[in-house]
Design a protein around this ligand. Structure first.
Ligand code: SF4
Length: 160
């Protein structure tokens, strides 16, 4: 039972400095709350796109109007994105995780905004595929700018 509840927060691997971004760059999130959660062993990292079998670096991909996920050259990556989302959900379920912090604007991890699918660096309201799947399964997703809300949400779960 303790093993099942070992982690409290699922987090995008790139936010912990893992070199998994499509462009191979580091995207480390520095914040005292992250340090505190790391010290307590609460964070479980996942990169849905790498879990889905995609390499790093990889071509940028965006969600299209029809829901598919394609690169600018038209390669359809919907299957690996779906596989990665399912793998990430399975991890959350395995460890009974109810909260996630995912990187906004990503076609996998975005929670408030994503790119418009036309590779114009233009944002629209929307969610990435992994975020959609986690939320559909009752896991609350926050982005990397909402860490104090995450702490408040965790506190509220303790009270229920
Ligand atoms: S898929 Fe998510 S975890 Fe992986 S690099 Fe993109 S934003 Fe980060």
């Amino acid at each position: 039972m303790r093993e099942k509840n070992r982690y409290k927060i699922l987090i995008s691997a790139c936010l912990l400095g893992e070199r998994v971004r499509y462009d191979g760059k580091i995207n480390m999130l520095n914040h005292p709350l992250i340090d505190s959660w790391l010290t307590q062993g609460w964070l479980l990292s996942s990169c849905p796109e790498v879990c889905g079998g995609l390499p790093t670096p990889r071509p940028a991909a965006e969600i299209q109007k029809d829901g598919s996920i394609k690169t600018q050259s038209g390669e359809d990556l919907s299957d690996p994105f779906k596989k990665g989302a399912e793998h990430t959900l399975a991890l959350a379920v395995k460890f009974n995780i109810k909260v996630a912090i995912l990187t906004d604007k990503s076609p996998s991890c975005g929670s408030s905004q994503i790119y418009n699918g036309r590779f114009e660096r233009s944002l629209i309201d929307g969610q990435g595929l992994t975020t959609q799947l986690l939320e559909a399964n009752g896991i609350k997703v926050f982005n990397q700018f909402q860490l104090t809300q995450v702490q408040t949400y965790l506190n509220s779960l303790k009270c229920t």
